[in-house]
Design a protein around this ligand. Sequence first.
Ligand SMILES: [Zn+2]
Length: 203
Amino acid sequence: MHRFFYAALVVCITAVFARPAHAQSRTAATLTFAVDEEAQAREQLQRLLSEYDLDPWIVTTRIRIAAGEIPHSHPILTLNTKYLDDDLRQLATFLHEQMHWYESADAREAAVDRAIEDLRQRYPNPPDHEAIGTRSAYSTYLHLMVNGLTFDALRHLLGEAEARTLTNENPIYRWVNQRVLDDTEAIRAILDAHGLIIDPGAE
Ligand SMILES: [Zn+2]
C-alpha cells in the first residue's frame, strides 16, 4: 500500500514540475530523484522491520526519511537515504536514534542521570568533545550509553562478530565506539546497575 502511495507521489511531483514541456528543469529532476530515493529508503526500512524483530528497541513509531538530512532522533526520528546499499548501517542508525528516545523518556530520567554519573567516574577525562564528534562532554557520556545500548541490540540481532565489525567500521563516534568495544561488559554493567539494559526476552 505504501509503495503505491509513494510511487503516485513521485509521478505527481514530476508532472507538476515538468510543465512547461519544453524542458524539464534541473530542480524537477533533482527533486524526483530525492523523492524516489526516499521511497527506496522507506522500502528498505520496511524490509528491515520484517527481517528482524526490532520491537524491543522501538520506542517511537514516527519515522521520517529525508534525503540529505543528518539522521537525528528529535522531534521526529529522521533517517536519510545514504545507506540504500548498506542495510546493516541503516539498521544501526535506526537503532541509535531509537536509543535516544529510550534514554530521553521521562520515566528514565533519574536512572540515566545516575548512569551518566557512573560513566563520568569511569572516564573522567574524555577527549575534547569537538575532537570526537559529540556536542558536549555530556553528550559524550550520553553516547557511551546510547552506543552501548545500540551495540547490545546489534549483538542480539546479528551476533557478536557482525556487531563488532559494524561498530568498529562506523566513522562516527569513533572514540565512544572504541570504549564500547573495549569495555563492553563494564559499560553494560553500569547500564544494568540502573535498570537500563533492554532485555529482548521480556515483553
Ligand atoms: Zn546520537
